[in-house]
Design a protein around this ligand. Structure first.
Ligand SMILES: Nc1nc2c(ncn2[C@@H]2O[C@H](COP(=O)(O)OP(=O)(O)OP(=O)(O)O)[C@@H](O)[C@H]2O)c(=O)[nH]1
Ligand SMILES: [Mg+2]
Length: 427
């Protein structure tokens, strides 16, 4: 089976904790602070690899965890950075954040790298907090947790030619005839349930063909195997529309129009791709006459009559397809217009926090900056607690709470922590 969609969780490495330490030297009674900073947590990086063709390796990884940064040590020693975890993925992989639905990256080249989750910052050691007023600070920070997200990896086929058409027109038979693919062929509809890829060799040149599951009316809205596979066609350079010329099951021209309409409805760019028509099953007696009628109604699109049974014109088809692929070689397989829909919006001036009233006397403060501050604080000394309180004040939290009507003794929650609101904080 061709696996092209995987959902997994990734957690980048936590930053190392900062260290509280003082210099101990012979004859120096009270050395200065020398606690080093924690190292940064390792990133999780995805790297394009031409050799990979599926996401199967990712499928069995439910969780990818980054390496932790080392803790800081005495003598001003900074902890080592957590090593990055590099995951190889096939070229053509798109990574989306499941929560926001925004694209994180699109890997389009071999060896191209993207940071999918950033490692947490290392906590500062107490040496970093030395000031003129406080020459012997006890405070040091925890390292920040690494970025955590659930991602969806999608691999859209990187084929040059996409074979589209109604069920049972012979798409799989064609890919088997022109390449070494071994797609299942049968007389019932929807024999092909996931795309097959085949490499077609013409002299010393080659191109990739994708045999897509059959399309039916309403496919663009999800009928049948639905739009799930139309996105694969989006990535091809050329569309080869296969029509069963025998007229036994479908009227050739009507069926042709039906499929073209679905392509158009799904996406204009897909519809506008270079096109060739493969008139298949020419070995059946009714086909010749049908082809004559059909050809009269088609303008400006080349029709290649073939039979996968007699192999009539099969070589000609290969050459024609190669010709078209070469002509559109420079058209990127990646449809730029498709990506216009995916702009990554970031909030540049994100508010540092928001305060919500949870109940009569409970307030909840939310906001990444403030939550990070809390995560990094070691509440093991009065000094650190005071420092945290001062920062809240500087950020205007006290004033905002007062403005909203917080009263003495109210509970203020940040993440799992609860504080009591005091109007006259003595610091
Ligand atoms: N007579 C004749 N029969 C053909 C030809 N090509 C394919 N067939 C038959 O048509 C039927 C459908 O062929 P497939 O290749 O499975 O068709 P498909 O378009 O891949 O079908 P789905 O995967 O179901 O969409 C099979 O019974 C084939 O043997 C041909 O050139 N001539
Ligand atoms: Mg098939």
């Amino acid at each position: 089976m061709f696996i092209d969609e995987v959902i997994l969780k990734i957690i980048a490495g936590k930053g190392g904790d900062g260290c509280t330490s003082f210099r101990h030297e012979k004859f120096v009674e009270m050395g200065g602070p020398d606690g080093g900073n924690g190292g940064k947590g390792g990133n999780i990086i995805f790297k394009g690899d031409e050799g990979l063709k599926t996401l199967i390796d990712l499928r069995y990884k439910k969780l990818i965890k980054g390496n932790k940064g080392e803790n800081g040590k005495g003598s001003n020693r900074t902890g080592a950075k957590g090593e990055d975890v590099i995951i190889k993925v096939p070229v053509g992989t798109t990574v989306t954040d499941e929560e926001t639905g925004l694209i994180i990256c699109d890997i389009t080249k071999d060896k191209e790298e993207f940071i999918i989750a950033t490692g947490g910052r290392g906590g500062k050691g107490n040496a970093a907090f030395k000031t003129n007023e406080n020459k012997a600070p006890l405070t040091s920070e925890y390292g920040l947790p690494g970025e955590e997200r659930t991602i969806k990896c999608e691999l859209k086929l990187l084929a040059d030619v996409g074979l589209v058409g109604l069920p049972s027109v012979g798409k799989s038979s064609i890919i088997n005839t022109i390449s070494r693919a071994n797609a299942k062929v049968a007389s019932y509809h929807f024999t092909t349930l996931s795309p097959n890829l085949g490499v077609v060799k013409v002299n010393d040149k080659s191109f990739v063909v994708a045999d897509l599951p059959g399309l039916i009316e309403g496919a663009s809205e999800g009928v049948g195997l639905g739009d799930k596979f139309l996105k694969h066609a989006m990535r091809t350079k050329v569309i080869a529309h296969v029509v069963d010329m025998s007229g036994i099951e479908y009227d050739p021209y009507e069926s042709y129009i039906k499929v073209e309409n679905e392509l158009k409805k799904y996406n204009e760019n897909l519809y506008n791709k270079p096109r060739i028509i493969i008139a298949n099953k020419m070995d059946i007696s009714s086909s010749k006459e049908n082809l004559e009628e059909f050809s009269k109604k088609i303008k400006n699109i080349e029709i290649i009559p073939i039979s996968t049974v007699t192999k009539e014109n099969v070589d000609k088809l290969k050459y024609k397809l190669l010709d078209l692929v070469e002509k559109h070689k420079d058209t990127s397989t990646y449809d730029n217009l498709e990506f216009e829909n995916y702009v990554l919006y970031e909030f540049k001036n994100e508010k540092p926090y928001e305060i919500e009233k949870e109940s009569e006397n409970t307030w909840v403060i939310k906001g990444k900056k403030l939550e990070d501050l809390l995560r990094m604080t070691k509440f093991n000394s009065d000094e650190a607690t005071l420092k945290f309180a001062r920062k809240l004040k500087r950020m205007g939290v006290d004033e905002k709470l007062k403005e909203l009507g917080a009263k003495e003794g109210d509970i203020v929650k940040i993440l799992d922590f609860e504080f009591e609101y005091e109007e006259r904080l003595k610091y």
